[in-house]
Design a protein around this ligand. Structure first.
Ligand SMILES: Cc1cc2nc3c(=O)[nH]c(=O)nc-3n(C[C@H](O)[C@H](O)[C@H](O)COP(=O)(O)OP(=O)(O)OC[C@H]3O[C@@H](n4cnc5c(N)ncnc54)[C@H](O)[C@@H]3O)c2cc1C
Length: 259
């Protein structure tokens, strides 16, 4: 069983860097880290292969500057190997171009199951997983909170507003995993050391056989017309109890119309 997990490497949310006024995208020249959203997919994949004889977790990522920081974290958690696609011509890629690139990398891994997060923490269009499925002509199941593999099929508990649906799907397929549904393991010291020697296959567009004019700014079908800094969070109101704190809190919540 060969499980591929798509992992996006993103700017550290505690220090995301600046917006580039020319391209209207985030400057991605600093170190990138494993998107927390994808750590759930990595954990789920590891749980599915744990205890199996031939189970293996492989990672696929597309990132600028041959960045491997986030991949090394997932390898330290226990993934066996990774494929990284990096090419300057990929700058400005929209989600469809990203899906096209990831698909070519995924094909090299011949997966039984492909896992993604439901949406990334920075771009969060939430469109890449279904685009991957469509391009690979595979079924897709979204919002997974639990995955069980039974021979040639997968059973997925699919989170809904009211609880969950149980969906059965033939393998191979693409499943997007909801954040927070498993506890991602911390890499052990042994895992961190082992990760340094795990194979990361680095490919550019030519290596994947992709025409550079179909991806990046050249192939993008979306245009970013405007981008602004997020509003600075205002300080909260501190209510000091002078015997009437409960009334003031209720009145505050009433003003916000949350009661
Ligand atoms: C040179 C270069 C510059 C880039 N600049 C930007 C940028 O400025 N802003 C930006 O948001 N992105 C950038 N990317 C990454 C890429 O363009 C985005 O990944 C893509 O647009 C997906 O958008 P999303 O985050 O909304 O995907 P979503 O659909 O929200 O992602 C859902 C899930 O799909 C998978 N996935 C998505 N993207 C990737 C990926 N790149 N690698 C592996 N798995 C993935 C993950 O599992 C992710 O959790 C850049 C990439 C390169 C190579």
């Amino acid at each position: 069983m060969n499980i591929v997990v798509c992992v996006k490497q993103i700017p550290d949310p505690t220090d995301p860097g600046a917006l580039d006024p020319e391209t209207k995208t985030l400057k991605r020249d600093a170190k990138l880290i494993l998107d927390e959203s994808d750590s759930y997919g990595v954990e789920m994949a590891l749980q599915l292969v744990d205890g199996t004889e031939d189970g293996e977790v492989r990672l696929v990522s597309m990132a600028p500057n041959n960045e491997v920081g986030g991949l090394r974290t997932a390898l330290a958690m226990g993934a066996a190997s990774a494929v990284l696609v990096s090419d300057e011509a990929l700058a400005g890629s929209d989600s469809l171009s990203t899906a096209k690139v990831l698909v070519e990398a995924i094909k090299r891994c011949e997966p039984t199951l492909i896992l993604t997060a439901t949406e990334s923490s920075d771009g969060y269009t939430g469109t890449v997983p279904v685009q991957i499925a469509e391009l690979l002509d595979l079924p897709s199941v979204t919002f997974a909170k639990e995955i069980t593999i039974n021979g040639d099929t997968v059973t997925v508990k699919r989170q809904t507003e009211d609880g969950y649906d149980e969906v059965e799907c033939p393998l191979p397929c693409v499943v997007s995993v909801t954040a927070g549904v498993v506890e991602p393991r911390y890499p052990s010291f042994k895992g961190i050391m082992a990760a340094k020697n795990k194979p990361v296959e680095e490919l550019d567009l030519a290596g994947l056989g992709i025409d550079a004019s179909t991806v990046g700014w050249a192939g993008a079908r979306q245009e970013i017309t405007e981008v602004t800094e997020a509003a600075v969070r205002e300080a909260g109101e501190i209510i000091v109890d002078e015997g009437d704190a409960h009334e003031r809190i209720l009145s505050f919540m009433d003003d916000l119309k949350v009661l």
